[in-house]
Design a protein around this ligand. Structure first.
Ligand code: GDP
Ligand code: MG
Length: 370
């Protein structure tokens, strides 16, 4: 339905907010000045003041730009897959991500220095793969809690010498809940006590049956240390990605998700974002959660300045008003004023909610019985 803040309603009637709040109290509604009240309540209050009410449904800027217009299938183009690495602590998530990144960097450009921005891309057989560099299910859960779906494929890392552990099971549950296909990387196969067959056996208990055992889960033996099996793993990722037929429309205003954000001493608020649809350009204005940005500069994972970021590309963005949260979804709006307005409205709504949550509940009866 439609909403109006107490302040806006008061202004329309040329009354003070206090008068409106008083009237609301008499109707049994406890409200503060910035609180939004629904059209029915506003109508009753306005009638109490002797006004006739006509409720006009007008779409506000937030609803207008937040909605994702459907893409014409003809505008869709293939996009790289986005991969997250999950698994039990010490099973080699970070090592695996580093090994994949290093193998790739040294292969494409000698001495290339990679910068940590929370995500990176590799190229295998002329196809790109985006890796989210925030291992662990915490980041994953935080994003899902904010309604963000960023991952196309989950790599479940299980150490061949340690087997399935509690966080392995958690990771499986998270990936399943999110409906994300799982590829198992059985890591540390270089170790003398490695037992990949035992890992496969254990995983069957959680519904993951290896292909060679008649199931449909791809399991790749790897070693982050010796780099054995890494090519196979990339191969399998591309295979699964191809089946997913991932597409996006690069020719529209961008939207996506904040992957990481921090306050940089010299550069101010900095966020790594993943573009999920459309193309993000320097100069674009965007809203992310309760923050906004006029994109001042963008850097890819190698620290190179880029002017545009296409679907599935992670970029570091400068120009935020404040530090957004990981998992905040962003969308581009036509101008800075709109971006600022939407962000400010959201921020004040959030403050209002927090305030209300902290406020003791008082009923009218309580007030009159004092
Ligand atoms: P994470 O907690 O899952 O990120 O695990 P790390 O990547 O930090 O690895 C935990 C430990 O296992 C480190 O001491 C790594 O050097 C070691 N490790 C990771 N991968 C391998 C591997 O393939 N072989 C061997 N032998 N050790 C590994
Ligand atoms: Mg780690």
């Amino acid at each position: 339905g439609e909403f109006i803040t107490v302040k806006e309603l008061a202004e329309k009637m040329k009354k003070s907010p206090a008068e409106v709040i008083k009237k609301l109290m008499m109707l049994g509604v406890m409200a503060t000045i910035n609180q939004e009240i629904d059209a029915d309540t506003a109508t009753i209050v306005a009638q109490e003041f002797g006004f006739e009410v006509e409720v006009k449904v007008e779409q506000d800027a937030e609803t207008l730009y937040m909605q994702e217009p459907e893409d014409d299938p003809a505008d869709l183009q293939p996009r790289p897959c986005v991969v997250t690495v999950m698994g039990h602590v010490d099973h080699g998530k970070t090592s695996l991500l580093d090994a994949i990144r290093e193998t790739n960097v040294t292969a494409t450009e000698a001495g290339g220095i990679t910068q940590h921005i929370g995500a990176y891309q590799v190229e295998h057989n002329n196809k790109k793969i985006t890796f989210l560099d925030t291992p662990g299910h915490e980041a994953f859960t935080a994003m899902r809690a904010r309604g963000a779906k960023v991952t196309d494929i989950a790599i479940l890392v299980v150490a061949a010498d340690d087997g399935v552990m509690p966080q392995t099971v958690e990771a499986i549950n998270h990936a399943k809940a999110a409906g994300v296909p799982i590829i198992v990387a059985i890591n540390k196969i270089d170790r003398p006590d490695a037992n990949p067959e035992r890992v496969k056996q254990q995983l069957t208990e959680y519904g993951l049956v290896a292909e060679e055992w008649g199931g449909d889960t791809i399991m790749v033996p790897v070693s982050a240390k010796t780099r054995q099996g890494l090519e196979d793993l990339l191969e399998m990722i591309l295979l699964v990605a191809e089946m997913l037929e991932l597409k996006a429309n690069p020719n529209r205003p961008a939207r996506g998700t904040v992957i990481e954000a921090e306050l940089d001493k010299g550069r101010g608020p900095v966020a790594t974002v993943l573009v999920q649809n459309g193309t993000l350009s320097v100069g674009d204005n965007l809203v992310a959660g309760t923050t906004w940005a006029r994109v001042r500069a963008m850097m890819d994972y190698k620290g190179r300045r880029v002017k545009k970021a296409t679907p599935s590309m992670p970029v570091e963005v400068l120009g935020f008003s404040e530090v957004p949260y990981a998992g905040d979804q962003f969308f581009v709006v036509p101008d800075e004023k709109t971006a600022r307005q939407i962000a400010e409205k959201r921020a004040s709504r959030k403050r209002e909610e927090e305030f209300r949550a902290a406020m003791p509940r008082v009923s009218l009866e309580d007030l009159f019985n004092q």
